[in-house]
Design a protein around this ligand. Structure first.
Ligand SMILES: Nc1ncnc2c1ncn2[C@@H]1O[C@H](COP(=O)(O)OP(=O)(O)OP(=O)(O)O)[C@@H](O)[C@H]1O
Ligand SMILES: [Mg+2]
Length: 328
């Protein structure tokens, strides 16, 4: 719309007349407030336009609700520009009007959907955490009931594997984000393994040192499962005959690179000649390490064993091949 300084219309575009159902023939010479059936008679807007014409104000992104009888209200965004011809009598105001009703509805819908998604995700995480704890407790009860020592060991290990994921789920359910702080997670995880597998805490200690890393849930769950396998291995194999010792879990990152180590000062891995038989644990660690685009290093810790899972950017572009699976 083009208006003079008294807010009388000089012209209005065809699209404006069409959208707001205004008779274009009656536009020139009409007062802005008299447009349509009076729906444009908004005193606040009129005084703002007058101030703009006088050069005291500017109308930019001014929002109004246009209310017409028997029609839905529309949300409009107005911009007004003073066209100055250097002569105070021929001041012109150029007003542009955008109807943002549909865009606002779409935005609100998107916000509502995002909020709903966050609530659903948290609800899901609560349920998964609860279900995992039920599975873990069933496994533990079964382990207590069975007579065979071998089956009891299997059930106990399965219990730990489930608990390692349950601990993470508990942490996820308690927060609104899908990222996990590794220090509390690994500390809780090792405390839970230690509480059920270490009989004498004077004989064996399990400690954890982790930097301030925060990682997405899927990476955290893989790291947690690797720690579970390596710590259980150290507890089961490194300290035979009630040997004293300690196990240390360490995680540190350097930018995108990180190293996770589980170090024990036990008897060390069996001789190469005897070659340790790879069990389920080794397979789990290998599969998860490949998934994380990392590599495994097993070293003698004199005494004991140090297993490190190392992620470097070079490793991340190389997908590990189907190398022979050796015990970790
Ligand atoms: N920290 C360790 N100290 C000494 N020996 C170890 C250590 N970790 C692994 N080993 C040896 O490596 C072998 C393979 O470990 P792996 O985890 O694959 O199988 P497992 O622990 O025997 O069985 P599973 O993990 O399926 O319960 C073990 O049997 C053990 O001899
Ligand atoms: Mg094992």
């Amino acid at each position: 719309m083009l208006l003079d300084k008294d807010l009388t219309l000089i012209a209005a575009s065809k699209s404006f007349c069409r959208v707001f159902q205004i008779d274009s023939a009656g536009v020139p010479g009409r007062a802005f407030r008299a447009l349509g059936s009076g729906e444009w008679n908004v005193p606040q807007l009129a005084s703002l336009l007058r101030a703009t014409a006088a050069g005291y104000a500017e109308v930019e992104g001014y929002e109004i609700d246009l209310n017409r009888e028997n029609r839905e209200s529309r949300r409009l965004v107005l911009n007004a520009q003073k066209l100055d011809y250097g002569d105070s009598d021929s001041v012109r105001l150029l007003i542009s009007v955008s109807d943002v009703t549909d865009a606002r509805i779409a935005e609100k819908l998107k916000d509502d959907l995002l909020a709903e998604k966050a609530v659903l995700l948290q609800e899901l995480q609560h349920r998964v955490a609860n279900s995992l704890q039920i599975i873990a407790s069933v496994l533990m009860q079964s382990a207590r009931k069975v007579q065979s020592e071998e089956i009891r060991t299997y059930l106990n290990d399965a219990h730990h594997r489930v608990m390692s994921v349950a601990t993470l789920q508990q942490q996820l359910a308690a927060s609104s984000v899908a990222d996990v702080e590794l220090r509390p997670y690994f500390t809780a995880l090792c405390a839970s393994i230690g509480a059920s597998m270490i009989r004498d805490h004077n004989q064996l200690t399990l400690d954890v040192s982790v930097d301030d890393s925060i990682t997405p849930a899927d990476i955290s769950v893989s790291l947690g499962l690797i720690i579970t396998e390596l710590v259980i291995n150290a507890l089961k194999h490194a300290f035979p005959n009630d040997r004293n010792g300690k196990i240390h879990v360490d995680y540190r990152s350097y930018g995108p690179n990180w190293t996770l180590s589980v170090i024990d000062n036990g008897v060390g891995m069996p001789d190469k000649s005897a070659d340790a038989k790879a069990g389920l644990g080794t397979n789990i660690v290998h599969a998860l390490t490949a998934q994380l685009h990392a590599s495994i290093r097993v070293a003698d810790a004199y005494p004991g064993t140090a297993v490190s899972i190392v992620h470097t950017q070079i490793a991340s572009v190389r997908t590990p091949g189907p190398a022979a699976v050796r015990a970790v």
